[in-house]
Write a protein that binds this ligand. Structure first.
Ligand code: ZN
Ligand code: ZN
Length: 255
């Protein structure tokens, strides 16, 4: 069973539930027997106060249990060379989880047209933009599309996104993944791809593993009862034959 979850939102994120307090999450995850967890709140531009990050860091430092607890950040790309955070801010965190496809947010460039080909070209561009950002440590939910953003239902989006993946330039994707492997940038495997029925992405995750890319495990939980959703990944982990050596973990880049 997976005992790690590096993508958890606390109540600091406007979209998370009020009961997502750090001490409650730590307690719940300890009861679940987790080994390592990481908080990754959203950062909407400059509205996110550095003081809240400092308070979170202080609260985490007071924990003296056996789990490893990290303070990460979920940032997103607006377009090439434009991330939602500045380097100085990003440097306050243990790692930066960069989302290439937060298309529901203002300021994030969307595909030109509602066609699989347009989506494939655009998502690839955003994926490369996220990879090329100098402070990206892992990529959040690449190629996973939210139906509500595009006015589709879950099945329509699943069908559409499967077509998108057939339009991806495999050679270009392989090149991007090689760069991710080289820079030790993790690719997120999130239970969200299952709840959205986008299981065609198994092929993408397989390609990540073939090219020695580490998989980043995250529930993207916004509520306490969603923490256990990371367990839903177990069958996929087995099918992909993911071992410890294939898993991303936060690194200290000190020298
Ligand atoms: Zn996200
Ligand atoms: Zn998230």
């Amino acid at each position: 069973m997976l005992k790690i979850d590096y993508h958890i939102h606390t109540q600091i994120s406007p979209c998370a539930s009020e009961d997502m307090e750090i001490h409650r999450i730590i307690q719940a995850e300890e009861e679940r027997g987790m080994n390592a967890i990481g908080f990754t709140d959203h950062c909407y531009g400059f509205e996110y106060k550095i003081l809240r990050a400092e308070a979170a860091r202080k609260e985490i430092s007071q924990y003296d249990g056996s789990m490893e607890v990290f303070l990460g950040l979920e940032a997103h790309m607006h377009q090439y060379r434009h991330a939602s955070v500045m380097l100085e801010f990003a440097a306050q965190f243990d790692y930066v989880l960069m989302a290439p496809n937060h298309y529901h947010l203002r300021g994030v460039v969307r595909p030109d047209a509602m066609t699989p080909r347009s989506f494939a070209i655009h998502e690839m561009y955003m994926f490369e933009a996220a990879l090329n950002c100098p402070f990206t440590d892992a990529i959040a939910h690449p190629f996973v599309f939210l139906p509500s953003t595009f006015g589709l239902n879950v099945d329509e989006m699943a069908e559409f996104s499967a077509e998108v993946m057939t339009c991806i330039d495999d050679k270009r994707l392989a090149y991007a993944l090689d760069m991710a492997a080289q820079r030790e940038i993790g690719i997120e495997l999130s239970p969200r791809f299952l709840s959205l029925r986008q299981s065609h992405l198994m092929e993408f995750y397989r390609m990540c593993l073939e090219r020695q890319v580490k998989l980043f495990i995250g529930s993207d939980a916004h509520a306490l009862d969603a923490l256990a959703s990371v367990d839903l990944l177990q069958p996929a982990i087995e099918e992909l034959e993911v071992g410890e050596e294939n898993l991303w973990y936060p690194k200290e880049w000190a020298w």
